[in-house]
Design a protein around this ligand. Structure first.
Ligand code: CU
Length: 153
């Protein structure tokens, strides 16, 4: 079986009717366009076939700042000072069965953590922006302040 030859494509070349006419380009323009095209093709081949994504290593928190807050008729201490840009681990040591203290919230950090009684519950987050942030019980009756200081050097 032999495939039939492709049908000839009719091309009309009426120079009078054609709205376009050929303009001779200088050699430097041809060379530049061709060269730029070759560079782009080469870059494309490199991008898709040669290039390897650089591996990225996850940042490892070297220093945790840790503090224990006793939950007993409120928060002790109720004013906590920490450094910005350093991961923070707060240990809430709850010793008060008052249901009011079932939960502690850091609204600015979208944290609401249940605190089982007679247990230490750790809350971890990274304070990035210096400022004063309130933390409260679930009903905002007991309050404390987390003061985030600018990172020192
Ligand atoms: Cu409460």
């Amino acid at each position: 079986m032999v495939a039939p030859p492709p049908a000839a494509i009719a091309v009309t070349t009426g120079s009078d009717a054609a709205p376009f006419r050929a303009v001779a380009q200088p050699v430097w323009a041809k060379t530049t366009v061709t060269g730029a095209g070759l560079v782009l093709i080469g870059w494309e081949l490199w991008w898709f076939l040669v290039r390897r994504a650089k591996p990225q290593t996850a940042a490892i928190a070297e220093t945790w700042q840790e503090l224990t807050i006793t939950v007993d008729g409120g928060y002790q201490p109720s004013h906590v000072v920490v450094q910005a840009g350093q991961p923070l681990r707060l240990h809430f040591d709850r010793r008060d069965p008052n249901h009011c203290l079932d939960e502690v919230r850091f609204p600015d950090f979208q944290i609401a953590q249940h605190l089982p009684n007679n247990q230490v519950t750790a809350i971890e987050f990274l304070p990035t922006q210096p400022g004063r942030y309130e933390f409260t019980c679930g009903m905002a009756m007991f309050r404390g302040v987390l003061e985030v200081q600018p990172a020192s050097a």
